[in-house]
Design a binder for this molecule. Structure first.
Ligand SMILES: Cc1ncc(COP(=O)(O)O)c(C=O)c1O
Length: 441
């Protein structure tokens, strides 16, 4: 008898095919040659920013102090470790992160995700009904891809050098007309991935105002999630201090999602959400319980210890490193690719540059991409099959802009370059190879 394959849900079917970026990165990783190929594509942090010794020490302290760090190797509670929640409160208030005060946090709670900020963002997709989500274009493609597989319709609003363009947002909202009843939430990355454009305080406030008005018009609170993944990584001293969106929120619609991945270590998988108390926050906690009870308690306690002991100097160290790299990479990009760069974003925060090239296509079928991945089919360019020339990978803009958005055409000439993971000499080599790829295109 003929037997059919496993019956998949719509989400299951959509997830059975790897996303284009996952495919790109997997293809590259399979044949990656350490010390030869250069990966400017991954969003990995720089290994040297991870405080290995402090983490080891924190682990020892946690296991030795069982009166404070109780049962650190046992199951944890779903809201998160009380120690970590208290450390995060103190960290925000004492350092006045985003201008947050004790009062800001009085009506709000902090919850820890099961597996980084990603798990909290993913939880949102299960707790809110499918419908329209508004975000910036270029967009954080990983989350937007997840949203679309779950049946949400993403509307991406182009950003300028201050972040999501609120005039354009207003135009898109009016164009939606009655359809705006289907808006479920807003998702805005405060230091955007892929562009590292910093959302200005004015824009942030304007956004909160727009969504507050929309909530009143709709007669229902529409949540506005700010993703602060890189907001502790502003390394340009000339940038105005970022104000937390919580400080602008009078209606109780704003939640901020943060992570310790970029300032400590992605491997700890500690992400948190600060938001107004109420049914939504309760549902996030229940969801954390459903998907794994809590983040590993030992990791939460280690993170708590690290937040209580020297996090400020750790953040300073991380930012000094990225600041130096950003400056150097920018100088090299201008010298090597300058004639072909139409626009360059990033360099003030996080660890990406987002380039728009003049007249050079960057997509997976372009000469530029094929030259860099040594897939032109020409031996002189690719090198001999058993000893190919060094390959360079980046994220093509075509994967970062929304396929139905306003940036599709320009996206074909854009690319994200990460200066996070690789060291400066490798980045220099990669940029020189990119120059040759432009000449070849
Ligand atoms: C915008 C954005 N949000 C969230 C994350 C993931 O954070 P976490 O490691 O806490 O899951 C990333 C990671 O690169 C990111 O770029």
């Amino acid at each position: 008898m003929k037997i059919c394959d496993v019956l998949l849900s719509e989400y299951g079917k959509a997830s059975s095919i790897p996303s284009p970026v996952n495919r790109l990165m997997t293809d590259f990783a399979v044949g990656f040659r350490d010390g030869r190929d250069i990966n400017l594509g991954v969003g990995y942090v720089n290994e040297r920013t991870i405080p290995h010794q402090q983490i080891q020490r924190a682990c020892e302290k946690v296991l030795a102090h069982r009166e404070k760090y109780r049962a650190a190797l046992n199951y944890g509670g779903a809201q998160g470790s009380p120690n970590l929640i208290e450390s995060l409160r103190r960290f925000h208030i004492e350092n006045k992160i985003g201008g947050i005060t004790e009062q800001t946090l009085n009506s709000r709670d902090i919850v820890i995700g099961a597996n980084g900020a990603t798990s909290l963002l993913e939880s949102v997709t299960h707790l809110l009904p499918a419908g329209i989500v508004l975000t910036a274009d270029p967009m954080y493609y990983i989350y937007c891809n997840d949203l679309e597989r779950k049946g949400f319709k993403v509307i991406a609003v182009p950003e300028d050098d201050e972040g999501l363009d609120t005039e354009c947002l207003k135009a898109k909202l009016s164009a939606l007309g009655d359809e705006s009843a289907g808006i479920r939430f807003f998702y805005v990355v405060t230091v955007n991935n892929p562009t590292c454009t910093i959302l200005s305080n004015n824009r942030k406030q304007e956004l909160v105002n727009i969504v507050t008005r929309l909530s009143y018009e709709t007669g229902r609170k529409i949540p506005l999630f700010f993703d602060n993944a890189y907001s502790d990584l502003v390394h340009d001293d000339t940038v105005e201090p970022l104000v937390s969106a919580l400080c602008y929120d009078e209606l109780g619609i704003v939640s901020e999602v943060g992570t310790l991945s970029k300032i400590l270590a992605p491997g700890l998988r500690i992400g948190y959400l600060i938001g107004p108390r109420g049914p939504f926050l309760n549902s996030i906690i229940q969801r954390t319980s459903d998907i794994g009870f809590s983040a590993p308690l030992i990791n939460q306690e280690i993170a708590s210890y690290l937040l209580d002991h020297g996090i400020e100097s750790q953040i300073e160290k991380v930012n000094n490193g990225y600041q130096q790299k950003a400056k150097q990479v920018k100088t090299w990009m201008e010298a090597l690719l300058g004639d072909n760069i139409q626009e360059c974003r990033g360099g003030s925060a996080g660890f990406y540059f987002y380039l728009t090239l003049a007249n050079i296509a960057t997509g997976a079928n372009s000469d530029f991409f094929k030259f860099l991945t040594r897939t032109t089919g020409q031996k002189v360019v690719d090198g001999p099959s058993d000893a190919q020339h060094p390959k360079v990978i980046y994220i093509p803009g075509e994967h970062c802009v929304h396929p139905n958005g306003d940036m599709v055409e320009v996206g074909k000439r854009q690319l994200r370059i990460s200066y996070g993971f690789e060291e400066l000499p490798q980045i220099h080599t990669a940029l020189k190879i990119m120059k040759s790829a432009i000449d070849y295109s």
